[in-house]
Design a protein around this ligand. Structure first.
Ligand SMILES: [Cu+2]
Length: 153
C-alpha cells in the first residue's frame, strides 16, 4: 500500500513539473526582447513533497524541493542565477533583497546545497512551510517561493 501511494505522488509531481516547464516555455516565447530580469522572476522553487493540506504520518516530515531557472549551490558560492534553499516554518517571509536571518527559530538555511530536509518533532496541528531561495550572502532572491501547509496528527 505504501508503494502505491509513493507511485501516485511521483506521477503527480512529474505532471506538475511538466506543467511548470511548459508554462515557462510559453511565457518565454511571448516576448522576444525579454530582459534577463523578467526571465529571472519566472524562476524559483517548488515544494514537490509533501502534498499540501494533508495529514502527515507522525511528527517528522521530509520536505523535498526543486528549482526552475537557477542552480542550487552551497552558501558562499558566488555564481550567476544560483542560490540555496531556506525553509520558513510557521515564520513570515523576509522581504526580497533582505538578508534571511541566520539564527532565528523557524528559519532553516540549507547552505550545503541540499534539496531536501526532514523536519523533526513538529507539534500537533497545522504548520505552514515556505520554501525560499537566497543568494551566496543569504539575501532573498527575487524569484518564486512555494508554500505548503501540513497537518501533524
Ligand atoms: Cu542561507
Amino acid at each position: 500500500m505504501g508503494g502505491m501511494v509513493q507511485t501516485g505522488r511521483g506521477l503527480r509531481s512529474i505532471a506538475r513539473g511538466s506543467l511548470s516547464v511548459f508554462a515557462v516555455a510559453v511565457l518565454a516565447c511571448q516576448g522576444e526582447d525579454e530582459s534577463p530580469e523578467q526571465a529571472m522572476t519566472m524562476a524559483g522553487v517548488r515544494i514537490v513533497a509533501p502534498e499540501g493540506a494533508t495529514e502527515i504520518m507522525g511528527s517528522n516530515v521530509e520536505i523535498r524541493l526543486e528549482v526552475d531557472g537557477l542552480d542550487v549551490v552551497p552558501a558562499g558560492t558566488q555564481q550567476a542565477n544560483s542560490g540555496h534553499h531556506h525553509l520558513f516554518v510557521d515564520t513570515d517571509l523576509t522581504p526580497v533583497g533582505s538578508p534571511i536571518p541566520a539564527d532565528q527559530p523557524g528559519i532553516i538555511h540549507m547552505g550545503d546545497a541540499s534539496t531536501s530536509r526532514v523536519l523533526e518533532n513538529l507539534s500537533s496541528g497545522e504548520h505552514r512551510i515556505i520554501a525560499v531561495l537566497g543568494d551566496h550572502l543569504h539575501v532573498r532572491l527575487p524569484v518564486a517561493t512555494d508554500t505548503v501547509t501540513i497537518v501533524v496528527p
